[in-house]
Design a protein around this ligand. Structure first.
Ligand code: GLU
Length: 453
């Protein structure tokens, strides 16, 4: 296992001690601290004024009750969270996740990653994350609306276009953002478009925001492939998940000439050896809000089309040259990584947040697989959120082409800065080290300028 530098090890131990029972948060902090040894060796001044300790401690954590009434008239109680992690670069910025697995440790890991990711975009946004253990699966529109209204009735007092700007994540898409925005507008009596991003196109949303995370990961992975003199054209690709990130990854990979042969949801994965029919996936997921197994029923089993139930196999058993995990944290284990390497994978771009376990990352890097960590590779979503904020602030609306071309430039810049930072700090080709160090330096400098706050 990579070691944490002696000077930083006590910081990690203290994080573990003070945040007991939050393994995902420990994992996210550990990965960054493992990279920072190279920074403090060159620049010991970064150890001053507890700068690194301060980055690991959220500026503010809000936990609140969310009562709502279901369709049967029963009162339900969920827990809401917003972790305002760092405002060194700008207003807190990061999504809301509605999923039964959500707890404070999950939100802290996501918020911590978001600080560095947002800094890497080069745009003025701080880091935060929020959500609830509410499970939207099987809930009616009315239930979703009442939940969102209750959630916002508590959270609105902590938000603002200059304070904290949430967006979507797992379980929160345009429908939820609409209900949240409506309630914020009603409570504050302000049409403050820049307070949320990922809005619908009829009320201040940005073209290309929906596509941005998946497109962005594809641009990033394309840039990694280019350093080895190749591209997506003709490559076999596996994309896990079938939510917003996965769907638009598949779309862009197909446009670049790749053949995506598998995708998944929590019920299992489907394979279509001829290449996934994306219109069908969109119909199932975006229109019907159904299960991915319907793909096989609608397309007809056989001829290289099949479904594997979850628990009976892993999507990473499917051979591919490029893997783009786009479902959730720790979905790709060391064992999966070994299988992928044995099957000839050459590049991995993380569309989800922290989908690869530390052992998986190590396996890829030792095998010489190009590995793009989520905080760099999936930054296109939040970067385009910042472009949405720019459009809202200037009361303007950009074309799809203009927004996508800004996104493409941002992703190439993130790639290049990770690449050159890794080289500068003696770890050529290591995008994990490059992303962590480049992100850290951008946040540490304004923190220092602001004094001890
Ligand atoms: N939830 C996304 C992420 O993980 C997007 C956040 C945003 O747009 O603010 O970066």
């Amino acid at each position: 296992m990579p070691q944490i530098d002696d000077k930083l090890a006590p910081i990690y131990e203290e994080v573990v001690r003070r945040n007991a029972g939050e393994p995902e948060f420990h994992q996210a902090v550990r990965e960054v601290l493992e990279s920072l040894g190279r920074v403090v060796a060159k620049r010991p001044d970064y150890l001053e004024d507890a700068l690194i300790e301060r980055i690991c401690e959220p500026e503010r954590q809000i936990i609140f009750r969310v009562p709502w009434t279901d369709d049967k008239g029963r009162v339900q109680i969920n827990r809401g969270f917003r972790v305002q992690f760092s405002s060194a670069m700008g207003p807190y910025k990061g999504g809301l996740r509605f999923h039964p697995s959500v707890n404070v440790g999950i939100i802290k890991f996501l918020g911590f990653e978001q600080i560095f990711k947002n800094a890497l975009t080069g745009l003025p946004i701080g880091g935060g994350k929020g959500g609830s253990d509410f499970d939207p699966k099987g809930r009616s529109d009315g239930e979703i609306m009442r939940f969102c209204q209750s959630f916002m009735t508590e959270l609105y007092r902590h938000l603002g276009e200059y304070t904290d700007v949430p967006a979507g994540d797992i379980g929160v898409g345009a429908r939820e953002i609409g209900y949240l925005f409506g309630q914020y507008k009603r409570l504050t009596n302000r049409y403050e478009a820049g307070v949320l991003t990922g809005k619908g196109l009829f009320y201040g949303g940005s073209l290309a925001r929906k596509e941005a995370t998946g497109y962005g990961n594809t641009y990033f992975t394309q840039a990694m492939l280019k350093t080895g003199g190749t591209d997506f054209d003709g490559k076999t690709v596996v994309v896990s998940g079938s939510g917003n990130v996965a769907i638009y990854t598949i779309e862009k990979v197909q446009e670049f000439g790749g053949r995506v042969v598998a995708c998944s949801d929590s019920s299992g994965y489907i394979v279509d050896e001829a290449g996934i029919d994306l219109d069908l996936v969109k119909e199932i997921k975006e229109v019907r809000r159904g299960r991915i197994s319907q793909y096989v029923r609608m397309k007809g089993e056989g001829n290289g089309v099949y479904f594997v139930k979850s628990g009976e196999g892993s999507i990473w058993d499917v051979a591919c040259e490029v893997a783009m995990p786009s479902a959730t944290q720790n979905e790709l284990t060391g064992k999966d990584a070994k299988k992928l390497v044995a099957n000839g994978v050459t590049a991995v771009g993380e569309g989800a947040n922290m989908p690869c376990t530390p052992e998986a990352i190590r396996t890829f890097q030792q095998a010489g697989v190009k590995f793009g960590p989520g905080k760099a590779a999936n930054a296109g979503g939040v970067a385009t959120s910042a472009l949405e904020m720019q459009q809202n602030a200037s009361r303007d609306r950009w074309s799809f082409e203009k927004t996508e071309s800004r996104l493409a430039t941002i992703m190439r810049d993130i790639h290049d800065s990770c690449y050159s930072t890794a080289e500068e700090f003696g770890a050529p080709g290591d995008y994990v080290i490059g992303a962590n160090i480049a992100g850290f330096i951008r946040v540490a400098e304004p923190m220092r300028a602001f004094g001890v706050i």
